[in-house]
Design a binder for this molecule. Sequence first.
Ligand code: HEM
Length: 444
Amino acid sequence: MYAPGNKVNQFKEFLKYRRDPIGFFKENIQRYGELVHLKLMGKNIFIIAHPEDAEYVLQKNAKNYIKGRSTKKTSEILGDGLITSDGANWRKQNQMIRKSFSVKNIRALAPTFAKHADVFSDNLKDQSIINMHEYLHKLSLEIVMDSLFNLDIKDFNSEIHQDITNFLEHIIVITRSIIRTPEFIPTEYNKKIKKSKKNINTFIENIIESRKQLIQTGANIPTDLLSFLINKENIGGMSDKQLRDEIVTLFMAGHETIANTISWTFIELCNNPSYFKSLQELAHEVFKNNEINLEILEGDNLARSIINESMRIHPTVWVFTREAIDDDSLRGFKVPKGSMMVLAPYFTHRAKNLWEQPDQFMPERFSNIKNINSEHKGIKFYPFGYGPRMCIGNHMALIEAQIILLKFCINHRFTIENKEELKENPGFTLSPLNNYMMKVHSLK
Ligand code: HEM
């Protein structure tokens, strides 16, 4: 037996999804339950909001659920990097790259996160009004470039920010469109995307080339991720195409997600301003004597709880997909081979039967993170995914996000200027839709 759902092959339904993806999922989950079976354009699609089903697909029977065709469109942009690859290729790359994200290596990067966050925090002027999302985007891009590739973004073409934004928007266009104007037709849009792709490829090629030259001259080589990927053995080992794909993947995955997460965190803080004072006190403790107390940042503390609560309500990877390679079943409901599985943490994170007052921002519920997924069967909180394909950057993300949050709050608090216009933008990642403006209030 199939799970409840809409079995009618409706083109109209797809248009609904395109217009309002969150509304489309929400309506189906409310109508049919936490596992929904849809038949869209001839395909079996399952929306998974049930914690046991999510655990089953992502861990218990992960071998049956691959990225496969479900990420085919994303790989047009990201290539065959860690996020989109499967099988032997994924295993090989995963083994190598995961090592470089060890707790020890991320600890060593904390001063780099703090150095950039300090500059951005010091540049905040009292009573000024800033576009916080854009500001955080620039900061997280600087951090990812410096910490993973030891490069200064300012040395590159200043249009690169816009090229990246175009690139990310193009992923959404690709995944939501049924018919696309072929790329060779020179529409204004195609020309814009072509130019951005070219700029990004040149940008990545420059990164690779400059490091290869450094290695060949035998100069003092930085111990960053890039050195890991392009070490002497790898020159000639990993193809340039593979290198390009891994770098583009890490660079995209490593800054957009963090910028969104901190953006949402500031929005929630502006709506719950009583936390600013406690964060300021915590910041003084963490950065005492010009050091970074990593023990505090690695344990349960208010900044971490605030970020987790913000990721519960606004998980930046709000849905993601798998393809079933064989017939299977979820809690007795049939799943045919070839089905597309849509994991929907956004909805599990807000389910009334799993969370007390799910619409309320209550960081205290994360004061002991270990309890969160042990309270129920399955996984009810998984902003970083789960199982063998879980995010490799989760430790980095949590340390970096806490450092930025605390550096910004040590001397400032913020208020939202255009509160009423705030909306979610459910693209490839979940970001705030409008350019929301925040007013800076310096505390000194
Ligand atoms: C708040 C920040 C972040 C969030 C919420 C996040 C979320 C996720 C999620 C949900 C997945 C699993 C997707 C799936 O199973 O299909 C994932 C995978 C991944 N993430 Fe992150 N991520 C974040 C930051 C980062 C950072 C900083 C990096 C690296 C610099 C990174 C690199 C990756 C990679 C390479 C994968 C693919 C892992 C694999 O399939 O083996 N992420 N991320």
